[in-house]
Design a binder for this molecule. Structure first.
Ligand SMILES: Nc1ncnc2c1ncn2[C@@H]1O[C@H](COP(=O)(O)OP(=O)(O)OC[C@H]2O[C@@H]([n+]3cccc(C(=O)O)c3)[C@H](O)[C@@H]2O)[C@@H](O)[C@H]1O
Ligand SMILES: Nc1ncnc2c1ncn2[C@@H]1O[C@H](COP(=O)(O)OP(=O)(O)OP(=O)(O)O)[C@@H](O)[C@H]1O
Ligand SMILES: [Mg+2]
Length: 272
């Protein structure tokens, strides 16, 4: 079996999806998991990007159905800007579309800035913009877990196959979550689900961005990755991509195995 086929199997990507079936499957997963866990709801950071718009909408629909069945369940969205977010209007639009039960705004700037000051005092070095970006992602994780702890809830993560294959997330930042309702989807399949859910066009046509850098606000993921989402999606959906693209994806996949596994012990074999 080729590495491409192994990855497709590991990440459970389908070559094509039926929107209605996938939406039902993922809402049912969120419902069943919440009942089993005995938690009272879900918490998710809403950025205004495609992934959190989709995961947030699925979560809100799931808790609404659970309430109709007599369960105590609610969804809390949290906007987590670092000061003012350049694409703030998209975050507002996403919230309008999701219509969450409860909505909080937690500005992470003072926490992140205090941390970077302490880092400088301790090491005499300035934390790079790149590593500060990972501190932002991890601070967002801490905020979501604080809220979820207080509300007896679970934290949703927005990882999907196109991020998983490249390890394009911050370990224990946006990668730190309890449940991943978008797993197995390519980026364009996520877009397909948003269209089926009648999301505003701006939200699914938006250029994906991690938006973690002070020096390059709204930098496109594709610019940082050096691979396009269309190329990643083609690879994941089993289509042929150029040899050069396949080699780049294979290399990123190998270098990021540690992000798709729990911390390594001497009894594990995956890292050898
Ligand atoms: N072999 C190994 N075994 C076990 N652990 C290993 C390891 N190699 C590195 N590590 C550890 O992992 C760390 C590096 O991983 P990590 O801290 O995640 O950092 P890293 O992967 O270098 O950076 C995160 C990347 O994810 C992107 N991102 C983040 C957040 C959201 C999004 C988005 O799509 O919106 C994208 C971000 O733009 C950046 O390119 C190292 O500092 C080290 O501690
Ligand atoms: N400014 C923000 N406010 C709230 N949550 C955020 C913010 N930035 C990132 N997040 C959280 O981190 C997750 C990972 O970011 P990521 O950029 O991969 O997803 P996205 O912004 O939802 O979609 P896209 O990849 O299309 O930009 C988001 O889904 C969201 O839950
Ligand atoms: Mg984003």
């Amino acid at each position: 079996m080729s590495l491409q086929q192994q990855i497709i199997r590991e990440l459970q990507v389908k070559p094509t999806i039926n929107s209605e079936e996938e939406i039902r499957y993922r809402i049912d997963f969120l419902k069943e998991y919440l009942i089993k866990s005995k938690a009272k709801g879900y918490v998710l950071g809403i950025s205004g990007g495609q992934d959190s718009t989709l995961a947030g909408k699925l979560a809100q629909l799931a808790v609404e159905e659970l309430r109709q069945d007599g369960f105590d369940a609610s969804f809390t969205s949290i906007r987590l800007p670092y000061n003012t977010q350049a694409d703030e209007k998209d975050a507002r639009l996403a919230l309008e579309f999701i219509n969450p039960d409860d909505s909080l705004i937690f500005d992470i700037a003072s926490t992140v800035d205090e941390f970077t000051n302490a880092y400088k005092l301790t090491t005499q070095n300035t934390l790079s913009d790149f590593n500060k970006g990972n501190v932002k992602a991890r601070t967002r994780m801490i905020a979501q877990y604080a809220v979820s702890g207080e509300r007896n809830s679970l934290v949703i993560g927005t990882d999907h196959a196109a991020e998983a294959v490249t390890g394009f997330f911050t370990k224990y930042g946006d990668g730190g979550a309890d449940i991943l309702p978008l797993s197995g989807l390519s980026k364009r399949q996520g877009r397909q689900l948003l269209i089926a859910l009648s999301a505003p066009e701006q939200l699914y046509k938006k250029i994906p961005t991690a938006d973690l850098l002070d020096n390059k606000p709204l930098q496109a993921d594709e610019t940082e990755l050096g691979i396009s989402y269309d190329e990643l999606d083609d690879y994941l959906e089993g289509k042929q991509v150029s040899k050069e693209v396949a080699l780049k994806i294979d290399a990123r996949y190998a270098a990021t195995q540690h992000k798709r596994n729990l911390p390594s012990t001497m009894y594990d074999n995956w890292w050898k």
